[in-house]
Structures are given as C-alpha cells and as structure tokens.
Design a protein around this ligand. Structure first.
Ligand code: NAP
Length: 252
C-alpha cells in the first residue's frame, strides 16, 4: 500500500532506525505517530518532522494496549504499524539475569504481537493495512552470546510468516525487515559495543528505506543491506555449512 496519506505508528521512534523510519514516512506524505519512552527526544523529532509523540514503555504490563488506545484516540485509525522498538543483550546466557530475559521478551516479542493483535481487526475491516516487524539477522542465523535476543527475533520471523499466510487476500500485508549491523545506539545501550570489522554498520536510513519499500511493495522479507539474505538463505538450506564458514569468519 502507498504510505502517502496513511497513518503510521512507529515504535522506538525516539532514536536510530525508528527515528529514521518515522522521518522517511513523514517525507513520503504519511501522518506519523511516534512512540517511545524518551519524551524529550520524541518531542524534538515531532517538531522536526511533524509527527505526534506518544510516550509508552513497552516493557511494562498493559503498555501496548494503552499505546494502541492513545494512537486511535489521536488519529482515529492506524493504517501501518511499524514494530521497531527493541533492546539487545549480549553475554553468556548462563549468566543472564531472568529479569533481563523477561524485558527482552516483553519489548521485542510480546509488545509487537499485542500491538498487531489490537490494531489488526480495524485494518481487516477496512481491507487495508500493513504491519512491519523490525527483526534482526540474529533471528535468522543465531549468534553466540546473543541467544535470548536471537530467540525474540526468530519469534518475530515465525509470527510474520504465519500471519502473512493467515491474512492472504484480506488487503492487510505483513513484512519482516531484517537489518544486519546498523550504526545506532543499540550497542551502547546493551552495554557491549560492536567489535567486529565486518560487516560494516550501515546508516539507519537504509533500514528506514527498507521498511517503506516493504510496505509499498508488500514484500514478505526485506533485508538491509540486501546481501544479508545470503547468510540467511545459506543458514536455512545448509546449517552445517553456515556454521563452518561462520566459525572461520569469527575465529570461534
Ligand atoms: P536504538 O537506537 O537503541 O533504538 C531503540 C529504540 O527502541 C529507541 O527508540 C527506544 O526508545 C526504543 N525502546 C527501547 N526499549 C523500549 C521500551 N521498553 N519501551 C518503548 N520503547 C523502547 O536501536 P536501533 O538500532 O534503532 O534498534 C531498532 C530495532 O532494530 C530494534 O528492534 C533492534 O533489535 C533492531 N536491530 C538493530 C540492529 C543494529 O545493529 N542496530 C540490528 C538488527 C536489528 P527510548 O529510548 O525512548 O526508550
């Protein structure tokens, strides 16, 4: 569907990929609802691009429901939902505090499913709408020391594939956008910097372009950068071969 004239709700819009996506959507003529926790940043972005800020902590019980309610109260409808908000965690899974596991699952998986569930019926009634999940290459191939994070993103992937089939012919599309490594605050926030030299981080604007392309072309899977589809496909078809190359590439 065209994003021009659409009402788009972007979670995690206060920074990184979400902020870039909201800006791109606004430039393309969409009306944008900007969700996040940081009211100051959301306000500044709203002033710059003309969106409507909504403060919501998606790690809290009931927050997705409140966000959906507030979004509908402000605009009356949501045509495009971009489930982008996410948090990382890197380290030895055996040492991961259970409270951090709960937070990752709540923000990265439960909130996107809940928001989609709440906004989907009206999209179906109108026969028009789109939901995008910002996943990760980690959810496609697995990454050592990011097991819980990879699990939440693999969960999103399975959700999208299933829901897309379920909604075939309804006019409502579902897409997974799979970023590789992106130059945002994600790594600083999780407390473990990105230390590899390859792949090189891409700017968040490239992922934003992938999100808009996914909606406008109704694409099931979009990778950013596009060559990221290669490791995902090799892993899917030949997991043993993938592991062999990955071990050599990373020296693990
Ligand atoms: P980022 O710059 O750290 O931005 C994360 C966004 O998520 C922020 O707007 C943050 O909002 C929001 N967020 C975090 N916790 C939240 C919570 N409890 N409630 C509501 N919002 C919350 O990271 P990013 O790189 O743009 O990440 C965006 C998405 O891309 C994530 O889903 C991430 O998993 C995925 N991704 C990133 C990379 C990468 O290399 N950067 C790679 C693959 C996938 P506040 O600051 O306002 O809380």
């Amino acid at each position: 569907m065209r994003v021009a004239g659409a009402v788009c709700l972007v979670t995690g819009a206060s920074a990184g990929i979400g902020a870039a996506t909201a800006a791109r959507l606004a430039r393309s003529g969409a009306r944008v609802l900007l969700a996040g926790r940081d009211a100051v940043r959301l306000g500044a972005l709203a002033d710059r691009i003309g969106g409507i800020p909504i403060v919501a902590d998606l790690g809290r019980d009931g927050a997705a429901g409140l966000l959906a309610e507030q979004a509908l109260a402000r605009t009356g409808r949501v045509d495009v939902l971009v489930n982008n908000a996410g948090v990382g965690w890197a380290g030895d899974f055996a040492a991961m505090p259970p409270v951090d596991i709960a937070q990752l699952v709540a923000v990265n998986l439960t909130a996107p499913l809940t928001l989609t569930r709440l906004l989907l019926p009206a999209m179906r009634e109108r026969g028009r709408g789109h939901a995008v999940m910002v996943s990760s290459i980690a959810g496609c191939v697995g990454v050592a020391r990011e097991a819980a994070y990879a699990a939440t993103k693999a969960g999103l992937n399975g959700f999208c594939d299933s829901l897309r089939d379920e909604l075939a012919g309804t006019g409502v599309g579902v897409s997974v956008v799979v970023p590789g490594v992106v130059d945002t605050e994600f790594f600083a926030r999780r407390g473990v910097p990105y230390q590899r030299t390859r792949p090189r981080p891409i700017p968040p604007e490239r992922v934003a372009a992938a999100v808009v392309a996914a909606v406008e072309r109704d694409r099931a899977w979009v990778y950013a950068p596009s060559w990221m589809r290669l490791p995902a496909r090799v892993h899917g078809a030949f997991p043993g071969v993938f592991r062999w190359f990955a071990a050599r590439a990373t020296g693990e």
